[in-house]
Write a protein of this length. Structure first.
Length: 233
């Protein structure tokens, strides 16, 4: 008997796998991308809801502090995974196709110019990060090796306020997230012109659903990818 090509065998295996009839994912408050009180729960949540709805798959999103969102996704058997996550080789993830791109960079006070070419140029600065967030691999390695000084807080909004009042020199932040807070926070909005986003990015990182261990992870990834590729908004 002639063997089937690998691609045909793999596709047949997918068809034989039991479909995942409902998705439960963890996320966090990270506007404008995700948030319980945002319209359609945020841009990325809206994309997931819409794509899965066209495949008649219900989606439930639990919004938690980021560290809890990740931990409970790894330990709760009913949770398929969490989002949005950057791709990294050390995470126990089966990644979905890209949901979008994060322009990750540095916020600074407008009155103080920022000219940097490599990460070591940032060594003299006090840099704000959010607890539990990954940044670029190069940035995180520089922190781990003691090259960069960082101070972690619980949110991007808190970091921007610390920057505004001089308690930090720089803040690592997604450009769209910064713009959201400058537009919606009364305290930050009054002083929006005092803060700037550096045109030199730390990186442009794709955003994904991280499906975690368990028999349904790979099947759920395939179903979501199919839904995303077929989605007609």
């Amino acid at each position: 008997m002639r063997a089937l090509p690998y691609s045909s065998w793999f596709f047949g295996l997918w068809l034989c796998a039991s479909p995942v009839n409902a998705f439960e994912l963890n996320s966090l408050e990270w506007p404008p991308y995700t948030g319980a009180a945002l319209p359609e729960q945020g841009q990325l949540s809206s994309l997931l809801h819409g794509a899965l709805a066209q495949q008649d798959i219900p989606l439930k999103i639990r919004f938690l502090p980021w560290n809890r969102a990740v931990k409970t996704a790894l330990t709760s058997p009913e949770t398929l995974g969490y989002f949005p996550e950057y791709q990294a080789p050390d995470l126990p993830c089966v990644y979905s196709d890209s949901l979008g791109t994060s322009r990750l960079g540095l916020a600074h006070r407008s009155s103080e110019s920022l000219d940097w070419q490599q990460l070591t140029d940032l060594a003299p600065y006090r840099i704000g990060v959010v607890s539990g967030y990954r940044n670029t691999p190069a940035f995180d390695q520089s922190v781990a090796h003691g090259v960069l000084q960082v101070e972690a807080s619980n949110s991007d909004r808190t970091n921007l306020l610390k920057l505004l009042y001089g308690r930090l020199d720089l803040v690592v932040i997604d450009q769209a997230v910064m713009q959201y807070w400058l537009q919606t926070s009364e305290e930050l909005g009054r002083s929006a012109k005092q803060l700037a986003f550096s045109p030199r990015l730390l990186g442009e990182l794709s955003l994904h659903v991280c499906f975690v261990g368990g028999p349904d992870a790979e099947q759920a990834r395939r179903q979501l990818n199919h839904a995303l590729r077929s989605f007609q908004p």
